[in-house]
Design a protein around this ligand. Structure first.
Ligand SMILES: [Zn+2]
Length: 296
């Protein structure tokens, strides 16, 4: 084991308080607010969603370079190409879902009448995001219990560092599986495509923060939002230690359903997955691994 990774983060370079506490509300909530306000005014999602996501990604990357949580996690460990490919594939699935949702909703005969179309758009976006996020929580939690789902999900835990690209290190089948319950529920309720587009973009934006390798704090917001200081505990090396903190956007689900890991302070930097030693580090190998008979 690389003992340098077992140490606590780069405490010697703690930034001033405003740099610790400002990025999360400013970039995450600010980005979502810009997106939702623009779509509410009738600006098409495609004109504002991707630019907001790219701008947020640039800020996150700049913060990772400037104020890293762990310098050890800045170093490529033969995983960057794999993570770029996972990121590209899953973003295409995520944003492709925006394109597919509208026609599928039409097939489902539009609105079931249950969706609160008369609510202000920002409140509809909030509800849509919560429904989608609850689906992500349920599938994530189940994936830690059901063998075939764990094999798909273990790929996310195989990363030896936690940084912004790592949020999308997920098997393509698991990506589809995770989004399915929330999207199906939203479709059956009759949520408009614009709401679903905002919800999917919000998930993407939050995963960058949840895995971001930069020193930021969320304060009391961590009791509602599944920020990096909570999620890093979900990347410990032993399977037995990662049975909790399943939330993607909201940590609220973990507190409500009793799955919050009772951890204080900083999570260990030595991350990975000891319990799956045969898991390869290359992209094609990772896509094939869950279906291999010689896995163990
Ligand atoms: Zn997990």
């Amino acid at each position: 084991m690389d003992t340098s990774l077992a140490q606590t983060p780069d405490a010697a370079r703690r930034p001033p308080l405003f740099l610790l506490y400002l990025p999360y509300p400013l970039v995450f909530f600010g980005g979502v607010a810009v997106l939702v306000a623009a779509v509410a005014r009738g600006i098409p999602y495609w004109r504002v969603g991707p630019p907001v996501l790219v701008a947020a990604a640039l800020v996150v990357v700049a913060l990772e370079l400037w104020l890293p949580h762990a310098r050890a996690w800045q170093r490529d460990s033969g995983d960057t190409v794999t993570d770029v490919l996972h990121f590209t594939g899953n973003i295409l699935v995520n944003q492709g879902s925006v394109l597919v949702y509208g026609p599928v909703l039409t097939l489902l005969h539009g609105s079931s009448g249950l969706w609160p179309h008369l609510w202000p758009f920002w409140l509809q976006a909030l509800l849509g995001t919560a429904v989608l996020d609850l689906g992500l929580y349920v599938i994530h939690r189940t994936s830690h219990r059901v063998g075939w789902m764990w094999r798909l999900h273990a790929i996310h835990h195989s990363s030896r560092r936690v940084y912004w690209l790592n949020g999308q290190r997920r098997h393509l089948v698991h990506e589809l599986l995770e989004g399915a319950p929330g999207l199906l529920a939203l479709g059956l309720l009759g949520a408009p495509p614009s709401v679903v587009a905002c919800a999917l973009a919000t998930v993407t934006l939050h995963l960058m923060f949840q895995h971001g390798n930069f020193a930021y704090r969320a304060g009391v917001l961590r009791y509602v939002f599944a920020v990096a200081e909570l999620h890093r505990w979900h990347h410990q090396r032993r399977w037995a230690d990662v049975q909790g903190n399943y939330g993607a956007i909201l940590s609220l689900w973990d507190y409500l359903f009793g799955t919050a890991l009772p951890k204080k302070g900083e999570a260990p930097l030595d991350v990975g997955m000891d319990d799956e030693p045969t898991l390869p580090q290359d992209y094609v190998g990772q896509l094939a691994w869950p279906f291999r008979r010689d896995r163990k």
